[in-house]
Ligand binder design. Structure first.
Ligand SMILES: Nc1ncnc2c1ncn2[C@@H]1O[C@H](COP(=O)(O)OP(=O)(O)OP(=O)(O)O)[C@@H](O)[C@H]1O
Length: 360
């Protein structure tokens, strides 16, 4: 049985030349450590938070750490990534702002869209998986009270959360700690709540849940700009939001509205993500820009907002969503997982102020 101690012992043998007598564990560089079976192979994911100036010179150390971990009995594969260390003054491990305190959650990121059906929830789930694969401990809140989709997308529809000492425990799916109104209300019941009830339900999902300790909480926000957004922006210490859009003009118009709303609420917009951006033929690899790709990139440039990346329209993404096994889980080394990983890395860097951007 693999244990955290065995993995830390292996990492304690990895010593950077810049710090004689020390190792990556004693230096406090091990920020994320997670392991799980991927396609029958026990895979260990580690993120090392290193001083920003040392980053580029430490790639060989990463490979050394991967070799040390792979030598631990029971480990088939190891993946080690570097992230720049947070400044020591960062207020970890709690997020103090916002009236709803979530002690134990270090960073909170929202995934939003200006309109429905652009693939926001699918993107949020795959980003959460990609953050997990950076070695981070990840929780997810489905803030779509009217149309919760996380239970289905994560293959845990029909699960009832356990409760203990008056608080609900998140449901664990693919190593993510998840809460959704969909676990509490039968899926076929249309939720016909008025605004204040939505706000109340959301607050309960945040407050009355024993979230535990996590590096990041990913909130799948409802589409559009409504009551739930106001509640989340006012009551939760959002560190930033990413806005998902498709390349079509109409969706972008809505995305711009979303951007304006968050800016008005003083929530930092981390950037735009273009979903269903292009079509990659699975047979020949040909790329087809069916929707005149690049709209979100251009809009981001116009609006002075970062562009976080483009994701293909792909049947594997949809099939994974329908089956409750996100494509990042079923094909962790495939091109989709890679595209989500690139965006997740930028988001994590931005949340930790490593992109040079100022948190508003
Ligand atoms: N990149 C993609 N390639 C193929 N299909 C996708 C992709 N992204 C999402 N989809 C599919 O598009 C549909 C809508 O996705 P999803 O439910 O994630 O959208 P949404 O924006 O969250 O919708 P809503 O706001 O209405 O909840 C789903 O069938 C999903 O499988």
């Amino acid at each position: 049985m693999l244990s955290r101690d065995a993995l830390l012992d292996a990492l304690a043998r990895v010593a950077p030349a810049s710090a004689p007598g020390q190792n990556v564990v004693s230096l406090g560089w091990v920020e994320g450590l997670a392991w799980r079976a991927e396609n029958g192979q026990m895979t260990v994911n580690v993120s090392l938070g290193v001083p920003p100036d040392l980053g580029p010179s430490l790639e060989p150390l990463c490979r050394e750490a991967e070799a040390a971990l792979a030598a631990v009995p029971g480990v088939d594969r190891a993946r080690v990534v570097l992230t720049a260390q947070r400044p020591p003054a960062a207020p970890a491990p709690t997020t103090p702002r916002g009236p709803i305190a979530l002690p134990g959650i270090r960073r909170i990121v929202g995934v939003a869209s200006g309109k429905g059906g652009v693939g926001k929830s699918t993107t949020a789930v795959n980003l959460a998986i990609a953050l997990r694969d950076l070695g981070l401990s990840v929780a997810m809140l489905d803030a779509d009270i009217y149309g919760p989709s996380l239970p289905r997308l994560l293959g845990v529809a029909g699960t009832r959360p356990a409760s203990g000492s008056g608080r609900l425990k998140p449901v664990v799916a693919h190593d993510l700690s998840v809460m959704s109104i969909g676990f509490l209300v039968p899926e076929e019941d249309p939720v016909v709540w008025r605004g204040p009830m939505v706000a109340g339900a959301l607050e309960q999902l945040l407050r009355d849940v024993d979230w535990g300790e996590h590096d990041v909480l990913v909130i799948d926000m409802p589409p559009g700009t409504g009551d739930a957004h106001l509640t989340l922006c006012q009551k939760v210490a959002l560190d930033g939001v990413a806005i998902v859009s498709t390349p079509q003009d109409i969706a972008l118009l809505d995305a711009r509205k979303g951007l304006a709303m968050f800016q008005k609420m003083g929530v930092r917009v981390l950037g735009f993500i273009e979903n269903m951006s292009y079509y990659l033929c699975p047979a020949c690899g040909h790329r087809d820009d069916i929707f005149s790709t690049g709209g979100a990139r251009r809009a981001a440039a116009d609006l002075g907002t970062p562009f976080l990346g483009a994701l293909p329209l792909d049947i594997q993404v949809r099939e994974g969503a329908d089956a409750g096994i996100p494509v990042g889980v079923s094909a962790p080394t495939g091109p989709h997982a890679h595209a989500y990983a690139e965006i997740a890395r930028q988001i994590w860097a931005a949340l930790n102020g490593e992109d040079g951007a100022r948190a508003d």
